[in-house]
Design a binder for this molecule. Structure first.
Ligand code: ADP
Length: 199
């Protein structure tokens, strides 16, 4: 079963690669950024709350994200695998995510054993791209939150709040690092090889 978390700074190519891998393994591509942007466009209560954070390049509060992801993972299409793109993005999100996975259909008397099993149940792809390349890619993408100032903030937010997850998952033997500084096809090939080895 393919269960992957895509980790990496903004502009690393998570969305592009996650979409390709999701299609080839027939699992849903769950992008928190995409779900949030849909909510913003629809002016839903979540979208209204999230917009101000996103426009600044700040993270949307953990509680809102956790609730949103939990609901999405309850969908029937997510019962046989998933690719998470943009979540978890903070250590709190990662810890709560493990708790959530633990709370669904597990043995309450063996939390440690269960936790190890959950760590083994998904891998985390760390897409690595140098900063100068990230900035150039984001500027050429031109999304609403892709202006120079917001990009600077998003990179800073990434290094402060998301990068600690690399150690978090490395310590749990879940991390697979991939060089993302190549063409889309080359990166896809390295990813597919890594995924094949992990399933
Ligand atoms: P990128 O990776 O290019 O920065 P995303 O589409 O993943 O773009 O995310 C866009 C914005 O959505 C982020 O800057 C942030 O405000 C919000 N966001 C997405 N995922 C999360 C998350 N897991 N936790 C908090 N905020 C999030």
């Amino acid at each position: 079963m393919v269960k992957l978390v895509f980790l990496g700074p903004p502009g690393a190519g998570k969305g592009t690669q996650a979409q390709i891998i999701a299609e080839s393994y027939q699992v849903p591509h769950i992008s928190t950024g995409d779900i949030l942007r849909t909510n913003v466009a629809e002016k839903s209560p979540l979208g209204i709350q999230a917009k101000e954070y996103m426009d600044q390049g700040d993270l949307v509060p953990d509680e809102l994200i956790l609730d949103m992801v939990q609901k999405r993972l309850e969908n029937p299409d997510a019962q046989n695998g998933w690719i998470l793109d943009g979540f978890p993005r903070t250590v709190t999100q990662a810890e709560e995510f493990v708790k959530k996975l633990l709370s669904t259909g597990t043995n309450e008397n063996d939390t440690e054993g269960e936790e190890a099993k959950i760590s083994n149940s998904f891998n985390v792809i760390n897409l690595q791209v140098p900063d100068d390349i990230l900035v150039a890619r984001l500027l050429s993408r031109g999304r609403q939150d892709d202006n120079e100032e917001t990009i600077k903030n998003r990179l800073q937010v990434y290094y402060q709040q998301t990068q600690p997850l690399i150690e978090f998952y490395q310590g749990r033997q879940q991390l697979i690092s991939i060089d993302g500084n190549h063409s889309v096809d080359v990166v896809t090939n390295s990813l597919k090889q890594a995924v094949e080895k992990s399933i």
